[in-house]
Structure formats: C-alpha cells, structure tokens
Design a protein around this ligand. Structure first.
Ligand code: AHR
Length: 668
C-alpha cells in the first residue's frame, strides 16, 4: 500500500491550520458485544469494459482491430501499396485477413500501419512481443519487416525498433518476434512492410508488452492489475454492467464467445461506443481477449471471490421498450443452459464438456465459483418472470451456488419497492443495489441498512459512487462521503455482504463515465482518493462488528454529531481493534476512543492511525475539490502516524475533512 509517514505533531498542526475550534467527542466501543462477521466478500471490485477498461486498458493488447473484424475492416489500420482484404482465413469466427502483394517496382512499398488505442506507447529498453498468423502466397518464403515508429518525432518518422520475420511457406502458422525500442514514445505506431517479392497473408496481428501481470501470454497490463491486487479485494464482479444486457440481445455479452483460443473469439460491439453521443467512440469494440477464463484467473490471483453476471433474457430495458426485444419467458432454455454451462466451466471436472475447455486453457483445477448474478439492472414484472426459471434450474442442478438478483437501476422508488419483495419471494441469496447519487445521499444514508430486515436476502451494494452536484468528476470530497457512507455498510455487516464502487477504470482519452476509481493512459495509471478509501476499507476490514456510540447513539452523521461517521470492528488476526472515522465537517475533532469491557487483564497499546485528507490551500483549508492526477499522483495518499493508547483509551485529533482508520492492538 502506498503510505506516507508523518509525526503526530504534523497532523495536529494541520488540524490547527484549519483555524477552527477543535471539538471533543468520546466514542464508546463495547468490546464484549462482538456482532456480525464481516464477510470475506465485503469490499470488492466491479469490472466493466466501459471507458476502454478492457481493450485499450487492462487487457494488454496494443493493436486495435487485430483480426480485421471491425465492421469497417481496416479501422485502426492505414494500408499502403497493394493490400487486399479476404475472408477465408484460418479462424472460423474471425475469417478476415489481409493479403500483401509486392509492388511492381522495388522502390514502391506495400504494408500497413496500426494506430493502437489512442496511439501505441512503448518504453525505451523494454521488450514487446509481436506475433501474427501468416502464410506466403506461394510455396516460396516471403518476408515482412516490423517497426515500432514515432510518427511525430521532430517532423519526421523515426524507427525505434525493427525486426524481420521470414514466412516459410503457404501454410498458416504463428510467428513471433521481440521488439526493444530505443526510445520511449507515447503516441507511436506499429508498421509492417512486405520485404520480399513474394507476397503474404497476415492475420491476428498482435503486440503485447513482454512483461504482463503474472507473466501470462494473453495477459493484463501489469500496473493496472497490480493496482487491483493492492486493494486486497474480497470480490470481483464481472463483466458488467450494461454490456451484459446489450443494446439488443444479439450484442449481449455471451461468455461462451470469450473462451478458447483467443484468435477465434468473435468480436462484439461495445455499447459504450455510442451510448453517450457527446462521448462518441466509433472504434470501441470488445475483442474478448479478456474473457471469462481471464476474469476467473484474475480473481484467483488477486484473492477475490469471482461473481460473474449473466444475461437473464432481457436486452437493456432503457433502450428496449418493445417486449419483442426480449426473449419470451417460455423460450429461455438456451440462456439457462448458458448459466449451467458456466458453472460447469468454472467448477466442473476436467472430463465434463466445459470443465475440459477450462483445463485445455491451462487451469485444470476448478475456479470454485460460489456466486452467480442473473441480470444486471432489470425491472418490472418481466424480470422476476424470467429470473424464476433460472433460479429453479440452478437450485436443482447446483444448490450450492448463491444467486444474486437485481433491485433495478435505482436504490429507491417504484421499481426498487416492487423488486425487493419479489427477490424475497424467489429466495435470492443477495440483492444488487445501484446508486450513483449526490452528496446529500451519501451524507444521509449511513443509516440506510439499519432498518433492513435481518432475515432473507443479503445486500450487495453492487454499483455506487458519489456524483457531486455539478461535480461529476473525481474529487476528494466525493471519496470522503463514500467513506462516511461505508461506515453504515460496515455497521450492518449482518445485512450487507458485498459492496463494489463503480466504475473501476477510465482511459484519460477514452472515458464515457465519470468519476472512476483508477485513471490511466497508455504509459501510466493513477489511484484516485476513492481508490484509497476502498483500499483502506478492504485492507482493514477486520472480523466482527463492535457497537460504537457517541452519547448512546451510533455515529451516523446525525443531528448533533458534527458531521462524524464511525464504525468499529475486532481484528482476529492481531487480537486488536480497528475503528474507522470520517470527519465530514469543517472543524477538527478531538476524539477519545473508549474501549469498554476489555477482557480481564487486557489493555490497549500504542497503535497507528492512517488518514486520508485533501491537501491544504494557502489559507489552510482543505482543497476538497481536487484529486490525484497522472501528473500529480501522490497529492492525496494515506498517511500513517502513531496513535498513543493505553489502558482502555486511545485519543486522536482528526483534522477537518478527513477519513481515518485507527488500528489499536492489545498489549501482550
Ligand atoms: O457503471 C456504469 C453503468 O451504470 C453500468 O454499466 C450499469 O449497470 C449502470 O447503469
């Protein structure tokens, strides 16, 4: 975890700098009443291919339209000389390829250039794995030259790396070579020349950094995957979101198209290419190079429980009012079979049809799938009507799988009020709630789950983020209010079993939706303040909830509580306690943590407090409207200081607009 260390004096000074009087509060924590267990799945991640999160993002492929399957087959490519498009290639579901024929004169050139995703960025001295499928157009060998170029270098194109490949004969084969650029280039391109009189056919032209996350060949960008792992998430929900539904059913996410050899995974459109006309990206497609196998493997590698979402037979309901756009409720069998087959793909023995596919992809051991979400943001009677047969079939075949249903696109209102009872009737194990809401919502909803029934389905806060009023972009205050709200998730851990912020990733040049948790360009990435809030919760989730009160009341930002929010948990790993406090007010607070009913002979010992706060403006007030950027990534990062504790109390000064995680051990 990225942490800054600071002396306690510095934090006191920051508190004083705000110029406002310090307020004193005593939090009472009853250690003899440990309550609900914090589920291992409590704080997780939701990944959707929005904002170029997959192709052009986490999926490390650098070539756009590598199989020439975009509807405009040469989109992303610029061809020169004699280049023809053909469609009887070696991969049935991606049949297009290009034929390069030598120009009649030796000084003329034939070939093509790929522009990548907002350019192809490469670093000096690092190795890049180029590969393609090729055959010579005769029985004689053919030759190509591959270059990484900087087209904008001082007015003339410079070649930063170059290799040749000899294409042996007329049989399709995979060829690979490594390219090591002599300079770092942000907006480079990949260029391929035919370098012989004999022509050749080229297909699935690919370029990856040689170093990917965990070294997988069809791998993920290392910096981005590492950021996910660093959160220590308990859950990974994938692959969406609206892309699960599709704008129409033929373009819904179909997991079976995303497994098996990568060359033969058919292209799908990405609805985020056109959903917002003011953020229109006509070259945004889903190659499915990052498919269900890769999602399961990533979940395993970052220690997160996988939670796939599958289509329930409904296309996006926002875009499809006509009932004919959806699958009739009595014709759902293929969809239900997809769900059952998915469970077999994840968990089945290697001699089962889908377990065999998993094993052939390199993972004979099961992925231990335990949760499955059916439908994304669905609503109306058409949803339970379709969900019911799924529930029946999955309960019968795989009773161990826990099922997640939807409560619609909003966490209140008519649809929500209708769906919750329906989810109870269908005995969903969890219900997914979504809320992208302004400041007031996050300030007022820390008590949201206090009144939820304790029996029946559990809550999955599956998509949420504070969207500031007039500030629909990342800024510190939004993350602070998320932290405040999350104390309410934690206090209600008997009801809330999962929570995931959304969306996760955004490319600085290709976003459709803000705010997002991690921003990146082709060379780097930055964690936002919201990222650090998620990380602080997930890495300090603790074991069991402890009652924490101020004047006899839970600390929920209520009247008279001066903008404070708090929750407390035991930490079985250390035998100590963890207290999370969000100070959303403009004043610093002197807080005493009073741990009552410690076991006989036990006392607290000095601990540490990790705080997240905004940088101070010249006048000493916190600049809550700013966030980290690629240029300035460490403006807001967790800062660790000592937390003196003894007997049964610990005290701290919490500056205005600060989130703090206090870790207090027990003396041994
Ligand atoms: O997170 C962005 C979108 O918000 C998701 O695709 C959808 O589920 C919700 O409407």
């Amino acid at each position: 975890m990225k942490l800054r260390f600071r002396s306690t004096v510095c934090s006191m000074l920051a508190a004083i700098a705000s110029g406002l009087p310090t307020q004193a509060e005593e939090f009472i924590i009853r250690t003899d009443h440990p309550g609900a267990e914090i589920q291992p799945t409590m704080y997780g991640l939701f990944f959707e291919d929005i904002n170029y999160a997959a192709d052009g993002g986490l999926y490390a492929e650098m070539v756009k339209n590598r199989s020439f399957e975009f509807p405009q087959n040469l989109m992303g490519w610029e061809s020169f000389g004699s280049v023809a498009l053909l469609d009887d290639g070696p991969f049935e579901r991606n049949p297009h390829y290009v034929r390069l024929t030598a120009a009649p004169h030796k000084d003329k050139a034939t070939g093509l250039t790929n522009e990548g995703f907002f350019g192809i960025a490469f670093r000096k001295g690092e190795s890049y794995r180029f590969s393609l499928w090729a055959r010579s157009t005769s029985q004689h060998p053919s030759k190509i030259r591959i270059e990484l170029i900087d087209p904008s270098a001082a007015g003339e194109t410079q070649v930063m790396a170059s290799e040749t490949i000899e294409i042996k004969d007329g049989q399709w084969q995979k060829y690979t070579t490594a390219l090591t650029p002599s300079a770092t280039v942000r907006k480079g391109k990949l260029r391929i020349f035919l370098d012989s009189k004999t022509g050749c056919d080229l297909e699935h032209i690919s370029l990856f950094p040689a170093e990917t996350w965990q070294g997988h060949e069809n791998g993920l960008r290392k910096d981005l995957a590492q950021k996910l792992a660093d959160i220590r998430p308990g859950l990974l929900r994938f692959p969406g979101g609206c892309i699960v539904e599709g704008t129409d059913l033929p373009t819904r996410y179909q997991w079976k198209n995303t497994v098996g050899p990568v060359e033969n995974r058919p292209l799908n459109e990405n609805r985020w290419h056109y959903t917002f006309r003011h953020r229109f990206f006509p070259d945004y497609y889903q190659s499915y190079g990052l498919g269900f196998f890769e999602y399961f493997r990533l979940a395993e590698e970052i220690g997160a429980e996988p939670l796939p979402v599958i289509n329930v037979g409904l296309a996006c309901q926002y875009q499809n009012k006509d009932p004919k756009a959806h699958v009739p409720a009595d014709s759902l069998q293929p969809y239900i079979q997809d769900a059952l087959d998915l469970i077999e793909f994840a968990n089945g023995p290697t001699d089962s049809p889908w377990g065999k596919v998993r094993a052939e992809m390199g993972h004979p051991a099961p992925f231990n799938l335990r949760f499955l979400a059916i439908g994304n943001e669905q609503w109306g009677p058409e949803y339970p009507e379709r969900l019911e047969p799924f529930v029946r079939a999955i309960r019968k075949a795989c009773p161990e799988i826990k099922l997640v249903g939807s409560s619609g696109p909003k966490a209140s209102g008519k649809e929500f009020d209708y769906l919750w009872p329906e989810m109870r009737r269908l005995k969903a194990d969890l219900v997914d709630e979504h809320f992208y809401a302004p400041e007031e919502f996050f300030l007022s909803q820390a008590t949201r789950y206090d009144s939820y029934p304790r029996k029946g389905p559990k809550v999955f806060a599956g998509e949420y983020a504070c969207h500031g009023k007039g500030k629909k972009f990342n800024h510190f205050n939004a993350s602070l209010l998320e932290a405040a709200f999350m104390t309410g998730l934690e206090r209600n851990a008997d009801v809330v079993h999962m929570a995931t912020y959304a969306p996760l990733f955004a490319h600085t040049e290709g976003w459709q939706w803000r705010p997002d948790m991690i921003w990146f360009d082709n060379l780097g990435s930055v964690a936002t303040a919201s990222y650090y809030v998620q990380q602080l919760y997930a890495s300090n989730k603790g074991s069991r909830v402890l009652p924490l009160t101020l004047d006899g009341q839970p600390v929920t930002g209520a009247e008279g509580q001066n903008g404070l929010y708090a929750s407390a948990v035991t930490d079985d790993a250390t035998g100590g306690y963890i207290v999370k406090i969000a100070n959303t007010s403009d004043s610093p607070h002197e807080i005493t943590l009073n741990f009552q009913k410690l076991k006989k002979g036990r006392s607290l010992t000095d601990g540490r407090v990790i705080t997240l706060s905004a940088p101070l403006r010249p006048d000493g007030t916190p600049d809550i409207d700013c966030d980290n950027t690629l240029e300035n990534p460490d403006r807001i990062i967790p800062v660790e200081t000592a937390l003196p504790a003894s007997g049964n109390t610990a005290s701290l000064t919490l500056p205005a607009k600060t989130f703090a995680v206090c870790r207090i051990p027990i003396a041994r």
